[in-house]
Ligand binder design. Structure first.
Ligand SMILES: [Zn+2]
Length: 285
């Protein structure tokens, strides 16, 4: 059962990845996400359904349009594969909880947590790519995502509060409280950084930080700590590499969104493992 669910979620990831390509390409240009339907960006011909299968179509067509022969960017299948793999990682982490739920109320709570995690992963991929392309983190992704994830947490909390989940009301309250604190802590931290160095960090980063804190917070304090540390660790390494290899000059900014996405998703998927590994390194656990 867990295996079937995991495979289905990974396939869902490939399909969502295909949709994210549309979001990444069209949302910053304020274009409709549904019309016109998928087409070749070179000859404008509308794609048939079999040219639109995530990953497979690109491989079969060897990255070229069937009519005009122009190259289709490998970025499309890469985003699809990345989304599929991250959905797989999310399923491996959260699906066993859902399948092992002892009561229906538990299943509702754990299903909500799983969907919230998948939503966060998908939103983070879109935000990272759009930030790379346009140096913006659109409100039109962050606001709906925060709303959906908060609503899913309310559902999970309500399932716990009616007292029928095995974990009891206490853990549901706890999750909601740490989620709120996570959002607050990351929001305030990034707000301070944005005030101290307005060139390095924008309000988009602050809002995305709130979303990361909200998502990670449900899972506990170690996740919040990693959500604070990992983006700066990753951002520092990326900046060092780019400066050393001369890819950027010190004056030009490097968008921070991709580092936040990478750090936030890594914390969500492997937070428990990372934290216990770190603590045992210092002989603390
Ligand atoms: Zn074409």
């Amino acid at each position: 059962m867990t295996t079937i669910l995991t495979i289905l979620i990974a396939i869902l990831g490939l399909l969502i990845g295909s949709f994210l390509n549309v979001v990444i390409y069209r949302l910053p240009k304020h274009e409709s996400l549904s019309t016109p339907p998928s087409h070749c960006t070179s000859c404008r011909r509308q794609l048939a359904w079999y040219e639109n299968i995530p990953l497979l179509s690109w491989l079969v067509l060897r990255g070229r349009c069937r009519t005009c022969g122009s190259r289709i960017s490998p970025r499309y299948p890469v985003i699809e594969l990345l989304t599929g793999l991250l959905f797989l990682a999310t399923a491996l982490r959260f699906a066993p909880d859902l399948v092992g739920a002892p009561t229906p109320a538990d299943a509702v709570a754990r299903g909500s947590i799983l969907i919230a995690a998948l939503w966060f992963v998908a939103a983070s991929i879109a935000l990272a790519m759009i930030d790379l392309d346009t140096q913006t983190l659109p409100n039109r992704i962050i606001y709906p995502s925060a709303t959906v994830i908060a609503a899913l947490y309310l559902i999970a909390m309500a399932s716990g509060m009616i007292g029928v989940t095995s974990a009891g009301a206490g853990s549901a309250w706890n999750g909601a409280l740490t989620a709120l604190l996570g959002a607050l802590i990351l929001g305030v931290l990034y707000l301070i950084i944005a005030f101290v160095s307005p060139r390095g960090m924008g309000m988009g980063d602050v809002k995305y930080a709130v979303l990361i804190g909200l998502t990670l917070g449900w899972h506990g304090w170690s996740y919040i700590i990693l959500g604070v540390l990992l983006p700066f660790l990753i951002g520092g390494i990326v900046a060092a590499i780019l400066l050393v290899t001369g890819r950027v000059r010190r004056k030009t900014g490097i968008p921070f969104g991709p580092s936040m996405a990478l750090g936030g998703v890594a914390a969500l998927e492997w937070g428990g493992t990372l934290m216990s590994a770190y603590l045992s390194l210092w002989g603390l656990a």
